[in-house]
Design a protein around this ligand. Structure first.
Ligand SMILES: CC(=O)N[C@H](C=O)[C@@H](O)[C@H](O)[C@H](O)COP(=O)(O)O
Length: 230
């Protein structure tokens, strides 16, 4: 699926909503995630990020906005769209943008990030969002040809502390590097004020997941505030 430069540019300053349910959870169903995505669009989401091939297909049918797709395989090491095979499957499922691990770690198929991005570009025409965990990741991913870099993995790879909210310091660092490609803030953005701060730190667009689309976690925030019900 092709996304024009104008369509990508239209995401500047906008909210992207990530709709994901995790293995074993009651809401883990492609139609449920597509309905969640459509609801987010009504609220102002300019794009949707969604996990899993069926979820990508259902979400494409449910919304008009660009879809960022990913394919999680496992939950340790390189697990976000880890190989060329996964990346092409995401593109074939209809994602306009393929989100994939954009770290400097070795990939399970032995391909470099640059080779992976090239394969997506040449074989599908989709754009690539590199999910990074540090400034060095972002610099390398931009060099490798990523169309967007995200801070998705900051706090999850050992290179950055897991901040309570968004890693604003990292956003500022990457923004100061003046990359050619857009910088997407993602990870632990839990309030509208934090989303605003992420933009002010230099993000091109802001992805919010849990705080909008994961009721179990949102409920626990309230429940914990009341003493956990115990
Ligand atoms: C680290 C990892 O696996 N992140 C995943 C990437 O797609 C999702 O589990 C997150 O929900 C997403 O990045 C949005 O972040 P948050 O839910 O914190 O707003």
């Amino acid at each position: 699926m092709l996304l024009s430069k104008e369509q990508l540019e239209a995401l500047r300053g906008q909210l992207v909503v990530s709709a994901q349910a995790y293995p074993g959870e009651p809401m883990r169903h492609p139609q449920t995630m597509a309905q969640m995505a459509a609801s987010a669009v009504i609220g102002g989401a300019a794009a949707i990020r969604v996990q899993g091939l069926a979820d990508i297909q259902f979400t494409r049918s449910a919304v008009e906005v660009p879809v960022i797709g990913l394919f999680k395989d496992g939950h340790e090491g390189v697990f976000i769209t880890p190989t060329v095979h996964h990346a092409l499957a995401v593109a074939q499922s209809g994602a306009h943008i393929v989100a994939l691990d954009g770290t400097r770690r070795e990939r399970p198929d032995g391909k470099s990030l640059a080779q992976t991005i090239k394969a997506v570009h040449e074989l599908s025409g989709a754009l690539v969002m590199a999910d990074c965990g540090s400034l060095d990741d972002a610099l390398a991913a931009a060099e490798a040809g990523a169309d967007l870099v995200g801070t998705t993995l900051a706090g999850y790879t050992g290179e950055r502390p897991k901040t309570d909210g968004p890693d604003l310091e990292l956003l500022e660092q990457i923004a100061a590097a003046g990359l050619e490609c857009p910088l997407v803030a993602e990870g632990r953005i839990h309030t509208p004020a934090q989303a605003r701060l992420a933009l002010e730190a230099g993000a091109f667009a802001v992805v919010v997941g849990t705080a909008i689309t994961h009721p179990a976690t949102i409920t626990s925030w309230f429940s914990d505030a009341l003493g956990g019900g115990s």
